[in-house]
Design a protein around this ligand. Structure first.
Ligand SMILES: Cc1ncc(CNC=O)c(N)n1
Length: 219
């Protein structure tokens, strides 16, 4: 088993809570409250704008610390898709009459963004940062792919959102990130491994809270 597989097994309940949250299940069932979807849209736009500099910091770490040149290309493709994603959020917000410029980040979103900032510090190793990057992307991939399965009743007007993260290409990109993370972790010290596992757990918890915030359960 790879390091990440072992950790996912160790933290199965929070992993499931993050990738099969009631908000996602409600999209899959077609019973989602549209005010929740709009809240998610506005809050996630703000999150993604903070996620870009985090991914930039991972790219810088890869250039300095990686022993494999191809890591840079995978991370760069992630940044390129974030560029498209920001345009998509603007277009989608217009479609739903969501005024992005009027939205303030909710507390849960602020907490997550503060966590991203802590991971941007130079003393955070590449192995820890790339593991966080993989986890953040993988939660969205796993969640939205679930909304696109054959028996899903996802409303047609929400399919495009689900396809952004649930498509096959995004799945392959997440697999590439996972491979890089596992390689770095297998070479990492015990201290790096302990830090990375704790950080993975934190990402999963923050993702659960982000869904709960979107669903209006918390602020
Ligand atoms: C809260 C959250 N987590 C993960 C992602 C997926 N990464 C980039 O889009 C996202 N958009 N929002």
């Amino acid at each position: 088993m790879t390091t990440i597989e072992t950790w996912i097994n160790n933290h199965e309940s929070v992993y499931k809570a993050a990738t099969r949250h009631s908000f996602i299940i409600s999209i899959r069932h077609g019973s989602v409250d549209l005010s929740s979807f709009k809240r998610w849209l506005g809050q996630d736009y703000l999150f993604v704008r903070k996620f870009v500099p985090f991914v930039g910091s991972v790219l810088v770490k890869a250039c300095k610390e990686s022993d494999d040149e191809s890591d840079m290309e995978v991370i760069l493709s992630g940044l390129a898709s974030l560029n498209d994603e920001i345009s998509w959020f603007k277009k989608e917000a217009a479609k739903w009459d969501v005024q992005l410029s009027a939205i303030a980040p909710l507390q849960t979103n602020q907490n997550y963004c503060r966590f991203l900032e802590s991971l941007m510090q130079p003393d955070v190793s590449y192995a820890v940062a790339i593991t966080a990057f993989w986890a953040i992307e993988a939660v969205y991939q796993m969640s939205f792919a679930h909304c696109l399965e054959d028996d899903a009743k996802t409303p047609s007007e929400l399919r495009e959102a689900c396809e952004r993260w649930g498509n096959e290409g995004f799945g392959k990109y997440c697999d590439s990130l996972k491979k890089i993370a596992n390689r770095c972790l297998s070479k990492g010290s015990n201290d790096v491994q302990v830090k990375a596992e704790a950080m993975l757990l934190q990402v999963l918890e923050l993702e659960v809270e982000f869904w709960s915030m979107s669903d209006g359960q918390i602020n």
